[in-house]
Design a binder for this molecule. Structure first.
Ligand SMILES: [Zn+2]
Ligand SMILES: [Zn+2]
Length: 115
């Protein structure tokens, strides 16, 4: 008794299929299998479809991730630059006794509880 429906190659009904296509799930034998960089497939068409699909998924993922990181980095970077510039201006104004800046610096120190 040979169970032909269980694991027969799609192209060779009498031959046992050793591989299932990664793209469409079709069972194929060692002769029919198409081995590509992303897996084993029933045909070159399926292999190309899977490669295209994988590349699109990776591009989409990479783009989304880098966008979030870039935005985060830009925001954090801008905040750091603003804080550093403001702090430097206030410190310089305080040290060199520039009247307006010293006044602002003293107010800032009062605000953060050190005045
Ligand atoms: Zn296939
Ligand atoms: Zn076959």
């Amino acid at each position: 008794m040979v169970d032909a429906t269980r694991s027969g190659c799609i192209n060779h009904p009498g031959v046992e299929a050793t591989v299932r296509c990664k793209q469409c799930g079709t069972p194929v034998c060692n002769t029919c299998v198409v081995i590509g960089p992303t897996g084993r497939f029933c045909s070159a068409a399926c292999q190309q479809r899977h490669v295209a699909f994988t590349q699109r998924a990776q591009q989409f993922e990479g783009k989304g991730r880098s966008n979030v990181f870039m935005r985060l980095r830009n925001v954090v970077g801008a905040l750091i630059v603003v804080a550093a510039v403001a702090g430097a201006v206030l410190v310089v104004g305080y040290m060199f006794e520039v009247p307006v800046l010293k006044d602002i610096a003293q107010k800032a120190l009062v605000l953060i509880g050190k005045g």
